[in-house]
Design a protein around this ligand. Structure first.
Ligand code: HEM
Length: 409
């Protein structure tokens, strides 16, 4: 006990010293974020770089994304069918599905759910999220400048991050060997082609470090967010069978069971669209968004937010606004429907960001549209009743979601 007490005091002194050094560093102008335009999700600052034909190349990649998602949804369906109506936990299968969508977009290929390399990638990603959500992980996200200099379990996360980056680097090598710049097949091919095009420009943003980091970002930002949203969406559909029935009825009417659903179906399915929106509003997956720093002094109402201040945009305040969404703690697709049953847009629907940056997480949307097809039996329901005693409590989902802060989107 005595030893523990002494260790805590030493730790506190170290923290205090490091905080003072940090303050001094900031005052002396070092360690501040560089100025620059705000990055957009997914593409970061690439669009601001304005290289020739980039928009065209991105457009090409974008059109194939829908097909890749549709294909992966088929594989998920196959996996679910294999359970033969027995209870099962969908968590792992959903994570594989969304990781594979990203693999398919960036690497141009998907992996079998039992592939050893793929399983080890999934394991690294799970560990990253577990560590990020642990006490040390959360402390690190708040005080990284201090904890960077201290030993502790928070440092283990970097081994996992390096493993994912090594996986990406290996794929990049394979792509380099077979690259045809006139016919890029995926995100890595597009990026490598731009690297070749700009090889004589020393200031080019298209370099190996940016390629690996951007690809890593897509995995981290796109997998857990989408699979967790879908998992909670399934829980909600199971908890509200009448809503599930109405969604199923709309899907059967508009899409039928003989073809794949596509993004174009969405406008003809206002009820399902409202349910998907309500799931995202209700679970408020990332209530505090991700931290951002202001790049100049900002005047906000009667306040001035000084340059360099870290901001946590509280998305939950808009998503749970009781004027916009009456009884916000109630799961009610009516929050996104007009009286005549058409879809009602809301400016308060900001699960992805509080700023100008918006992106369509197409993976989540299309797969969610497809998922009600996968619930002909009650196997998930039995699993949940058997394994989650809180399943029948209406408090379950919001409380889980609220504890899900900063999951790295
Ligand atoms: C339901 C699913 C998702 C949710 C709720 C979500 C939410 C968010 C939020 C709140 C942010 C922070 C935005 C800001 O800075 O203001 C963000 C950033 C981002 N998201 Fe998502 N996201 C989802 C799915 C995806 C998917 C599918 C991808 C990619 C395929 C993706 C890629 C990104 C990227 C690259 C960033 C920027 C990260 C950074 O600036 O470091 N997200 N997301």
């Amino acid at each position: 006990m005595l030893l523990l007490g002494a260790a805590s005091v030493v730790l506190l002194v170290c923290v205090a010293c490091l905080l003072s050094i940090l303050q001094w560093r900031n005052r002396s102008g070092k360690g501040k974020m560089p100025e620059g335009p705000a990055p957009l999700p997914i593409v970061g600052n690439i669009l601001q770089v304005k290289p020739k034909n980039l928009a065209k190349t991105l457009e090409k990649v974008r059109t194939s994304i829908e097909e890749r998602i549709q294909e992966e949804a088929e594989h998920l369906l196959e996996e679910i069918t294999k359970t033969k109506s027995m209870p099962f936990d969908p968590t792992f299968k959903l994570s594989c599905t969304f990781s594979n969508v990203i693999c398919s977009i960036v690497f141009g290929k998907r992996y079998d759910y039992k592939d050893k390399k793929f399983l080890s990638l999934m394991n690294n990603m799970n560990n990253i999220f577990e560590m990020m959500n642990s006490r040390w992980g959360q402390l690190y996200q708040m005080f990284s400048y201090v904890l960077d200099y201290l030993p502790g379990p928070h440092n283990n996360i970097f081994k996992e991050i390096d493993a994912v980056k090594a996986f990406v680097a290996e794929e990049v090598k394979l792509h380099q060997a077979s690259l045809d710049p006139n016919s890029p097949q995926d995100f890595i091919d597009c990026f490598l082609s731009k690297m070749l095009e700009e090889k004589d420009n020393p200031k080019s943003h298209f370099n190996m470090l940016n390629l690996i980091t951007t690809t890593f970002d897509l995995f981290i930002a796109g997998t857990e967010t989408s699979s967790t949203t879908t998992r909670y969406g399934l829980l909600l559909l199971l908890k509200y069978p009448k809503i599930q029935e109405k969604v199923q009825e709309e899907i059967d009417r508009v899409v039928g069971r003989s073809r794949r659903p596509c993004v174009a179906d969405r406008t003809k399915m206002p009820y399902t669209d409202a349910v998907v929106h309500e799931i995202q509003r209700f679970i408020t997956l990332i209530p505090t968004s991700v931290p951002r720093a202001v790049t100049k002094d900002i005047r906000f109402r009667d306040y001035v937010i000084p340059k360099g201040t870290t901001i946590f945009p509280l998305l939950s305040t808009a998503l749970y606004d009781s004027k916009e969404f009456p009884n916000p703690t109630e799961f009610n697709p009516g929050h996104f429907l007009n009286e005549n049953g058409t879809f009602r847009k809301s400016e308060f629907f900001i699960p992805f960001s509080a700023g100008k940056a918006q992106f369509p997480p197409a993976g989540a949307l299309v797969l969610q549209l497809r998922l009600p097809h996968m619930l002909p039996d009650q196997s998930c329901q039995s699993f949940l009743s058997a394994h989650c005693p809180l399943y029948n409590s209406s408090l379950l989902i919001p409380s889980l979601a609220m504890s899900h802060t900063l999951v790295g989107a």
